[in-house]
Design a protein around this ligand. Structure first.
Ligand SMILES: [Fe+2]
Length: 181
């Protein structure tokens, strides 16, 4: 049987097309559906082209894979080397991520309204095919990073225009320091 290998640009276009259809049809939008779409777009591991897998020297690298023509969302690949991680943050927009290579550590936080800060609340290891998603607000507060040797790559989709990514995604929060037992 001949196996047809799709080009990366075609695969990204297919993912974007699926999101377009979802956004056009869903009366009640659920970013968990987006998370599953990313997972399903990588059924056999990471197929991103090499330039999209390059790490950064001063923190995790962010490579734009697709910018929605109507500015409703942006698809990016994040590349993490050991020790690189995001700040602790909530979100100004909906978001979804899925690991496509390596392993990421996702640390969770609850919101303390008295201190307007994040309180540690557990963690989870995210393997290839696993991820996270959330809506705008304080429902999901987390820090994502690579705690293991080697490179980890995750694909994220945010509900913002590419031009708004620097200020329109992360709502960075201070962390409540907990006293050692
Ligand atoms: Fe996030």
């Amino acid at each position: 049987m001949t196996r047809i290998i799709e080009e990366p640009t075609s695969r990204i276009a297919s993912l974007a097309s699926a999101i377009d259809s979802l956004l056009a049809s869903e009366a009640c939008f659920d970013p968990r559906v987006i998370q599953r779409m990313i997972r399903d777009a990588f059924p056999d591991g990471n197929w991103l082209p090499r330039p999209m897998c390059q790490p950064g020297d001063e923190g995790y690298a962010r490579h734009v894979l697709h910018s929605d023509a109507a500015d409703r969302y942006t698809i990016v690949a994040l590349v993490w080397t050991q020790g690189q991680h995001s700040p602790v943050h909530a979100h100004h927009t909906w978001c979804a991520l899925c690991v496509v290579e390596g392993e990421l550590l996702e640390e969770f936080f609850a919101y303390d309204p008295d201190g307007a800060a994040a309180v540690p609340a557990g963690s989870a290891c995210r393997q290839v095919g696993e991820g996270s998603s959330g809506t705008a607000g304080l429902h999901l507060i987390h820090r994502v990073g690579n705690a293991r040797p080697g490179t980890a790559i995750s694909v994220h989709i945010y509900g913002v225009a590419t031009s708004e990514m620097s200020s329109g995604i992360n709502h960075v929060l201070p962390v409540v320091e907990t006293a050692a037992a």
